[in-house]
Design a protein around this ligand. Structure first.
Ligand SMILES: Nc1ncnc2c1ncn2[C@@H]1O[C@H](COP(=O)(O)OP(=O)(O)OP(=O)(O)O)[C@@H](O)[C@H]1O
Length: 604
């Protein structure tokens, strides 16, 4: 059975259920609108005034036709026309007021929703972002909310006006001629049922179109953020044609929804006006036989036209609302994702100053996206306050995983991780992360000034503190040499800085954070001798007095460490100092020979 058939065969109560099913996704937005009760009230008041003004016009026309056009009625005609201008002015003012308040409400609701959605996204955990695509999320944040804006703003405005007009017109039609009105209303179910049925289909198609658009946006986002890789690999042409295909698919999906809407609109207009003409014909018979005055029939026809055109407009708005419901579904999908890493109901309060002891106790962990492959297998490790530990191991050994777990980006499968003896799951993640400074291998540089980049997450930091941190991180000299010094805007992802400079900015960030625990992932890329010395000096400074774990790639770093931990396949396989481990002739000795010999050769 097609949707239209099934709708036509259904009972009124199942139709009203369907009606609310289409609108259901919009329900979570209601609280957003209800925050602005005053705006809603003003919009309603304007709406009632405008509808009332419009509805007086047909009565005025009837008065003119039945009483106006006689020789001695010039004064009455003037009065009628004067009154009509007054009505028009009221209508104009009330319509503008309604438009203003309803649009304002739409903009307001969407702005609030965007902010909330972004806040929600920032609270989601690493496991969510392992599978989510940033471009797609951005599309929900922008394109879908824009669709909602049109639903809440213009569509709601048009819909409300037309609902009021329709009800008013129907009441007046009955007041004018109950017989003709009854006949006209008989046509309504024929109009409304297919409309409701089509709403579902429009919503589905529109959601599909938005999904396609989001995929295209995700694809564009990925490629634009890696534009150098794309150009270097000569992948421009293929990227462009893939994007074009994605956009075409989105276009076709949108087209399908539009076609559906177009058909619905045509059908509704046809049925509505045919019924009016039929009713009008019946009325004309009454006028001819003297049962009805010409003015009364004109009045009825005007009300019928008002009612019918409201219904016609409602049908096109209905499609828009159904499309918005599709967008709302996509937004609701995100809002319903609950972060798994949250603070416990009663978190253990953080001490004024952590000592910085870290312990991993029989930790077993596999990533949610790869549950069958353990990234850490029964790993136990205690790092004492102030100790400097270097982590060494082949690629994929689990070194970065150790950092992610300590920062509680994921929860362990079994075992426990503790800071100063407090299980990290008992702490508020904000407190835990405030105790840890992270300097990743490829530090993220934002499209902000140098100073803002150093103070990222510490917006209150003074300029003196920022400069002092930069000095200790050996970054002051190169920052001063930039065109606007600390106020120089860095390109997105810091493309304007060298690898060594980026790393030193990250170290400055860590120094400013002044956290008792430092996690550092050394850059693997070779630095020139000058940068190398500067980074090493900065590291020496930042590690002093804090517990530090460094994923080490340089000989100087392992030599400086109190202890070297060698990881392989998620387990600790060796530990000791450079001297003892080199002498032992195990995995470390092999790795060190490979890595540090090349380093020496490179330096020579
Ligand atoms: N987000 C993730 N989702 C699924 N698997 C992951 C994820 N991150 C890492 N892994 C896997 O977990 C294992 C350990 O990875 P990890 O990044 O900790 O290694 P690593 O020692 O830091 O390696 P490298 O020196 O190359 O950075 C690897 O097998 C890796 O493929």
């Amino acid at each position: 059975m097609t949707e239209t058939q099934s709708a036509a065969a259904s009972t009124p109560s199942s139709d009203s259920r369907r009606f609310s099913a289409i609108l259901a996704p919009l329900r979570p937005l209601l609280p957003y609108a209800l925050r602005y009760k005053q705006t809603i009230a003003l919009a309603f008041a304007a709406l009632i005034v405008a509808a009332g003004a419009t509805l007086t016009l047909p009565a005025a026309v009837r008065g003119m036709i039945d009483h106006g056009f006689t020789a001695d009625s010039a004064g009455t005609v003037n009065a009628y026309f004067g009154a009509m201008i007054g009505v028009a002015a009221t209508l104009a003012l009330a319509s503008a007021t309604r438009y203003y308040f309803v649009m304002t409400l739409g903009e307001r609701v969407v702005a609030d929703l965007r902010a909330d959605l972004f806040k929600h996204l920032t609270a989601l955990d690493a496991a969510f972002f392992d599978t989510a695509k940033t471009g797609e999320l951005l599309s929900r944040l922008t394109a879908d909310t824009t669709l909602l804006k049109s639903a809440f703003g213009s569509s709601a405005s048009v819909a409300l006006r037309n609902i009021f007009m329709f009800i008013g017109a129907v009441v007046m039609m009955f007041a004018t001629s109950p017989k003709l009105a009854g006949l006209a209303l008989a046509a309504i179910p024929v109009i409304v049922l297919p409309l409701i049925a089509s709403g579902r289909s429009v919503r589905r198609r529109s959601k599909h179109a938005q999904d396609m658009l989001a995929q295209a946006a995700a694809y564009a986002g990925e490629n634009l953020s890696a534009v150098r890789a794309m150009q270097a690999n000569g992948a421009q042409a293929s990227t462009v044609s893939r994007f074009r295909r994605a956009v075409e698919t989105a276009y076709e999906a949108a087209q399908a929804a539009t076609l559906m809407r177009a058909f619905v609109t045509a059908g509704v207009i046809l049925v509505v006006f045919t019924s009016i003409v039929a009713v009008l014909w019946l009325g004309a018979q009454d006028v001819l036989s003297g049962r009805m005055s010409a003015g009364l029939l004109s009045q009825f026809v005007l009300y019928a036209v008002l009612g019918a055109s409201s219904l016609g407009e409602l049908s096109s708005v209905w499609s828009e609302v159904a499309a918005a419901a599709g967008a709302a579904t996509r937004i609701a999908e995100i809002l319903s994702v609950k972060p798994k890493i949250v603070a416990p109901p009663y978190p253990t309060p953080a001490p004024a100053r952590w000592r910085g002891q870290i312990s991993f106790d029989h930790v077993v962990f596999s990533y949610p996206t790869a549950p069958d492959r353990a990234a850490l297998r029964d790993l136990s490790l205690v790092v004492e306050p102030g100790e400097r530990v270097a982590l060494v191991g082949p690629s994929g050994a689990g070194k970065s995983t150790l950092f992610s777990l300590l920062l509680r980006f994921y929860d362990v499968d079994s075992g426990a991780i503790a800071l100063d003896g407090v299980d990290v799951r008992a702490l508020d993640p904000l407190d835990l992360r405030a105790a840890i400074a992270l300097a990743p291998q490829d530090p993220v540089i934002f499209g902000l000034s140098v100073a803002e980049n150093i103070a990222y997450g510490r917006e209150g930091a003074t300029r003196e503190a920022i400069v002092a941190a930069a000095k200790r991180a050996q970054a002051h000299a190169f920052i001063e040499a930039l065109p606007q010094g600390y106020d120089t805007l860095l390109g997105e992802r810091g493309v304007t800085l060298s690898g060594g400079q980026r790393q030193r900015l990250a170290i400055a960030r860590a120094i400013l954070a002044d956290a008792p625990v430092l996690l550092l992932d050394e850059a693997t890329s070779a630095l020139d001798a000058e940068n190398e010395a500067a980074v090493q000096a900065a590291l020496h400074d930042v590690m002093a007095g804090r517990t530090s774990i460094v994923i080490a790639h340089r000989l100087a770093t392992v030599l400086e460490a109190d202890r070297i931990i060698v990881l392989d396949e998620g387990r600790i396989v060796e530990e000791g100092t450079h001297a003892t481990l080199s002498a032992a002739g195990g995995l470390y000795a092999r790795l060190a020979k490979l890595q540090f010999d090349t380093e020496r050769a490179g330096a020579a």
